[in-house]
Design a protein around this ligand. Structure first.
Ligand SMILES: [Zn+2]
Length: 254
C-alpha cells in the first residue's frame, strides 16, 4: 500500500476526479484544501470515498479575499469524519508585494486551531525558513508535515531539533535531475522522517515531469526513494505508510 499524503483533486484541474481516484485502486490519498471553497470540496470527497482523507485550511497565497470569519467556517468543518488535519497552511514569501504580516497572522490562527482540536498540520513554506522555524518553536506539541520539503539538510536538522515530530513530505521533485538538495536530505536522514506525496496536479515526477500529476504517480517517487536509500520498493511503501498513518492518526475507514 502507498499513501499520497498531499494532493489537490479538484474540479478546477481535473475533468474527471473520480477516474483519478479510482486509478489509485485501494491506495490512500489525503486531499489538501487551499481555501474555503476547496475545503468544502474536500468534505464532499471524503464522504464519497473510503480511501480518501482530507485536510482543510487556507493557503498563504490564497489570502486576497480573506476575512476573519473564514476561520470560523473552517472550524465548523473540522469534525467532519475523515478530516485528519489542518492544511495546507503556512508562509510563502516567494512573490513580491506579499503581505507577510497577514500571512503570519492567518498561519498562527490555524496552528491554534490545530492545537485546539489536537490535529496535525500540513505546512507549505517557501522562501520563509526563518519565520517558519520561529513560529513553529511555539508549537512543539503539534505533529507536522512540512509538505514538498525544499530547504536544506541543515534546515531539516534545525526543524527536528525544535520538534522531533516534524515529518518531511517528499514528492516528484526528488526525481528531478537537478534536485541535489532534496536528494541529500533523503539520503542522510532516517526513513522514519519521511512521508510520500505528489502535490497533484503539480510537480509530476519523472518520467512524467511537466505533465499533469495524479496520486497514482506516487509510486515513481517511492521507486526513486528506494534506489536512493538502497532498499526495496516494498520497504519504502511499508515505512512511509506507517509514518503517514501515525502522523495523521489514520483510522482506516475500511
Ligand atoms: Zn499542495
Amino acid at each position: 500500500m502507498l499513501i499520497d499524503t498531499h494532493c489537490h483533486l479538484f474540479k478546477q484541474d481535473y475533468s474527471n476526479v473520480e477516474e483519478v481516484i479510482n486509478h489509485m485502486n485501494k491506495n490512500i490519498m489525503i486531499v489538501s484544501a487551499d481555501n474555503l471553497k476547496t475545503s468544502y470540496e474536500v468534505c464532499k470527497l471524503i464522504a464519497k470515498y473510503d480511501n480518501v482523507y482530507g485536510t482543510i485550511g487556507i493557503h498563504p497565497t490564497e489570502l486576497d479575499e480573506y476575512k476573519i470569519d473564514n476561520l470560523n467556517e473552517i472550524e465548523s468543518m473540522i469534525l467532519t469524519k475523515g478530516i485528519v488535519g489542518i492544511g495546507e497552511i503556512g508562509l510563502d514569501y516567494h512573490y513580491e508585494n506579499t503581505d507577510k504580516d497577514l500571512q503570519k497572522e492567518v498561519f498562527i490562527s490555524q496552528l491554534d486551531l490545530a492545537r485546539k482540536y489536537k490535529l496535525p498540520v500540513v505546512i507549505h513554506s517557501r522562501d520563509a525558513f526563518n519565520d517558519t522555524l520561529e513560529i513553529l518553536k511555539n508549537y512543539t506539541d503539534l505533529k507536522i508535515d512540512l509538505h514538498c520539503y525544499g530547504y536544506s539538510l541543515e534546515a531539516a536538522k534545525q526543524f527536528l531539533k525544535i520538534n522531533p515530530n516534524i515529518r518531511f513530505g517528499i514528492g516528484g521533485v526528488l526525481t528531478f535531475k537537478n534536485s541535489r538538495v532534496i536528494k541529500e536530505v533523503v539520503s542522510e536522514l532516517d526513513l522514519k522522517y519521511f512521508v510520500l506525496e505528489t502535490d497533484s496536479p503539480y510537480l509530476s515526477p519523472e518520467p512524467y515531469r511537466g505533465k499533469q500529476n495524479e496520486p497514482y504517480n506516487v509510486i515513481y517517487v517511492a521507486k526513486y526513494m528506494a534506489e536512493l536509500k538502497e532498499t526495496s520498493l516494498d520497504e519504502i511503501a511499508k515505512i512511509t505508510s506507517e509514518n503517514a498513518i501515525k502522523l495523521f492518526d489514520l483510522n482506516m475507514k475500511k
